[in-house]
Design a protein around this ligand. Structure first.
Ligand code: PGA
Length: 247
């Protein structure tokens, strides 16, 4: 079952999510965080940076594993997820960058690189807290709707809907990479706690199917119904198709 926390709007969602992440760091200063990119977590990261600057948070012992990276983009490319993490969070807090991990988009041997990433996440004991956004199509990480759930880190062909959704961040849709490396659904499920954040009407169907639809790979996020400790923090618009179930 997924616990649902209702937020008024994007800011409220971001602050609630940051509070939960912050509690994790306070309770276990050397925790492992699973981190996500995209528009949704930016506000939560800003809030964490603010609390760090006030002296309320210490990232010095925290380590992190990100969900995904575009294939073919290096960490200094402003469109890469490594760059996103550096500029939105890591550059502004006292995390040791050597303890931050993002799949290698430039790996020459992608398969070996994915296997090494899985081994590293496993050796770290899997995330204490995994932060997730959700795609309009129900994807988590870059695990797109399919006829099966993925397991470990793997190369993904992005769907047209994801390429289109992400094109807003590129100069043109032709520049959006067609492939990415993504942590698999099984790896995500090994996290001790999962925190999903969602805002806006575009996410309403995916949020409904994640929480109340059948557990099926056509909505990868629906598998979170089988996770023992998943919390969704979502704003009113993202929850707008769940009115009957939440009544
Ligand atoms: P978004 O992406 O936060 O940019 O909406 C979420 C996702 O695709 O997981």
């Amino acid at each position: 079952m997924i616990s649902i926390v209702r937020a008024r709007d994007y800011n409220d969602m971001s602050r609630k999510a940051a509070n939960i992440i912050s509690a994790q760091i306070i309770l276990k200063p050397n925790c492992v965080l699973g981190l996500a990119t995209g528009s949704t977590p930016i506000g939560a990261y800003q809030q964490l940076v603010e609390w760090y600057k006030k002296g309320d948070l210490d990232f010095s012992q925290v380590s992190s594993y990100n969900l995904d990276e575009y294939r073919g983009l290096s960490g200094d490319n402003p469109q890469s997820y490594r760059y996103f993490m550096n500029t939105n969070l890591f550059d502004h807090v006292n995390i040791d960058k050597a303890n931050t991990h993002v799949p290698d988009g430039m790996a020459e041997d992608g398969e070996a690189s994915c296997a090494a990433y899985d081994a590293a996440v496993a050796a770290a004991g899997y995330p204490d807290l995994q932060l997730l956004g959700i795609g309009n199509n129900g994807h988590i990480g870059f695990n797109e709707p399919d006829d099966h759930f993925s397991k470990g880190t793997h190369l993904v062909d992005l769907t047209e809907s994801t390429i289109e959704a992400n094109s807003r961040l590129f100069d043109s849709i032709d520049e959006v990479p067609r492939q990415a490396y993504s942590m698999g659904v099984q790896t995500i499920m090994f996290a001790k706690m999962i925190l999903v954040i969602a805002n806006g009407e575009k996410k309403a169907q995916a949020v409904h199917d994640m929480c109340f639809g059948p557990v099926a790979p056509s909505c990868p996020a629906s598998i979170l119904q089988l996770h023992p400790n998943t919390v969704l923090v979502a704003d009113e618009e993202a929850l707008s198709l769940c009115a009957d179930e939440l009544a």
